[in-house]
Design a protein around this ligand. Structure first.
Ligand code: ATP
Ligand code: MG
Length: 253
């Protein structure tokens, strides 16, 4: 069974793209068939997979706006051994254009439907906003994975995100659920990190992944080489943490 997971948090810089690319590479290394859908005009997941976003003519933008067949945009050779539907800044204009379309929330879902069953996992990297691109991702998805930095305002943003997910589940995608909440960039020396982490577990219990992603410079460096961390420094704590998360996701699915 294919699992389609949107990676979302409207807060910027919390580790959505890092999680998307590294979890995808980890699952692909475990022989799963994985597709990454870059749904952020920043194109960070595209670059972090070793694909130059500036040289692309066919991206998710043409899928959403012109109705281009996804099979014409999928890149099968990335540095993460997963397939990729890339994005670049053309997608900024597409987000506005989408407003003109009838059933605009379902453009991505409809586009993915002919090919999704080929994959074990599809990960959609969302932009840092609860905009129409994120809504499209959540309408196409079975579940939402929420990366969260254990900081003071993190829980406040989380409530808004979870409300949005329940509203979408009620209105348009009844099967949508929270896949899990992932603690990212965790610094065990920081008291606030552990306080927020405790609070998170108290309030959300089993929804919080056991695996914690530590702050690790290798995870931050790897994208500049166009590689997931496991192909940049496989012994790094960051790359091992994402492999552990992959194990947790497989055992829960
Ligand atoms: P945006 O909202 O802009 O899309 P994002 O939520 O996708 O951001 P990332 O791009 O994954 O966040 O991460 C933000 C920055 O933090 C990046 O420079 C990334 O390399 C770095 N980073 C992410 N996770 C870690 C980590 N565990 N340890 C150290 N650096 C990290
Ligand atoms: Mg990102």
């Amino acid at each position: 069974m294919t699992k389609i997971i949107a990676i979302a948090n409207q807060k910027g810089g919390v580790g959505k793209t890092t999680t998307c690319v590294n979890i995808a590479a980890s699952l692909a290394a475990m022989k799963k068939k994985v597709l990454v859908v870059d749904s952020d005009p920043q194109g960070n997941a595209t670059m972090a997979s070793g694909i130059n976003k500036f040289e692309l003519r066919k991206t998710i933008c043409q899928i959403l706006i012109d109705g281009l067949d996804v099979r014409d945009t999928i890149i099968e050779k990335t540095n993460g051994a997963f397939h990729l539907i890339p994005a670049n800044e053309d997608l900024t204009a597409a987000e506005v254009k989408l407003l003109e379309y009838f059933s605009r929330e379902f453009r991505l879902k409809e586009a993915l439907s002919p090919i999704a069953s080929f994959y074990d996992f599809v990960f959609i990297d969302c932009p840092p906003s609860l905009n129409l691109l994120t809504v499209n991702a959540m309408c196409a998805a079975d579940s939402v994975l929420v990366p969260l930095q254990c900081e003071y305002f993190a829980l406040e943003g989380l409530t808004l995100l979870l409300d949005t997910v329940s509203q979408l589940a009620e209105a348009v995608n009844p099967k949508l659920k929270i896949e899990g909440i992932l603690r990212t960039m965790y610094d065990s020396r920081n008291r606030l990190s552990s306080d927020v982490s405790d609070e998170l577990q108290k309030n959300f219990g089993d929804l919080v992944y056991k695996t914690i992603i530590p702050r690790n410079v290798r995870l931050a460096e790897a994208p500049s080489f166009g590689k997931p961390a496991m192909y940049y420094d496989k012994s790094s704590v960051g790359s091992k943490a994402y492999l552990a998360l992959a194990g947790e996701i497989i055992s829960g699915s």
